[in-house]
Write a protein that binds this ligand. Sequence first.
Ligand code: NAP
Length: 278
Amino acid sequence: MADTLRAFVCGHPVAHSRSPLIHGHWLETHGIAGSYEKIDVPPAEFPAFAASLAARGFAGGNVTIPNKEAAFALVSRRDGAAQAIGAVNTLWFENGELVGGNTDAYGFSANLDERLPGWRSAGMATVLGAGGAARAVVHALAESGIGRIAIVNRTAARAEALAAGFTGAEAHGWDRLDDLLPSTDLLVNTTSLGMDGEAGAGLDMALLPDSALVTDIVYVPLETPLLAQASRRGLRTADGLGMLLHQAVPGFERWFGTRPQVTRELRDLVVADLGGGH
Ligand code: NAP
């Protein structure tokens, strides 16, 4: 057991996390003697949990809601993405120090590279939502060189705060969508609208150009109302599951020393699990 590499996902609640399924699959396919544990850590206990990691033999792990900002505050060092996004979702050790990274932007971009090649040459992206996940998406879009990023959110102040941190980003209210859609090359939903069969964002797809690409980072259901509408309109789409799968790659490589692949087999495994509820 002494040679077993250990990693974890911690959150509160954490029961719904698919990360153990993803990392468990990779440990098995690569024949690595390692473990990936699901640990429920309420916010008040997070600092003590983080301080105990080295003594407990963890190589690192994932941090999920609501501990990502606390992780950001207490690590010794952060990577560039975590710094830009303001949240840490991956922890590892370097020279005995706890380091924090954020792999959500990487996961978003890698998913689109796979599913919507050409997305990086979009002139304008419209992002629905301005919550925690939207920060990672806007960072990814800005890094890819997309010159204009319109952030549309119900709460205007939140969109303004997000736009202020990124070159080329601008904030809008929901009422501006009809003006923005005709020049949108890439439409991204990051709002929780559309989850669990809630009504779709209710926007007029006909206003988008025929060449527009549409993606949703919500992956329950896999085909959200927005993606269904876009497909009916004949637009190219990418669902949000690939983001979840790809964001796991850099962490696995850091803890277990092997860069894993996002395969059809892995996707099918997670899709089957989603089918069983969440
Ligand atoms: P969050 O911080 O709570 O933000 C939620 C966003 O949705 C806000 O912009 C909020 O607007 C908007 N919203 C919620 N209800 C709305 C409504 N009824 N009408 C209009 N806007 C509404 O959540 P988050 O962490 O960003 O996560 C958002 C979604 O992304 C979740 O479904 C999550 O599962 C998914 N996600 C997926 C991945 C992946 O790997 N695929 C990664 C991270 C997150 P206000 O600001 O006005 O409240």
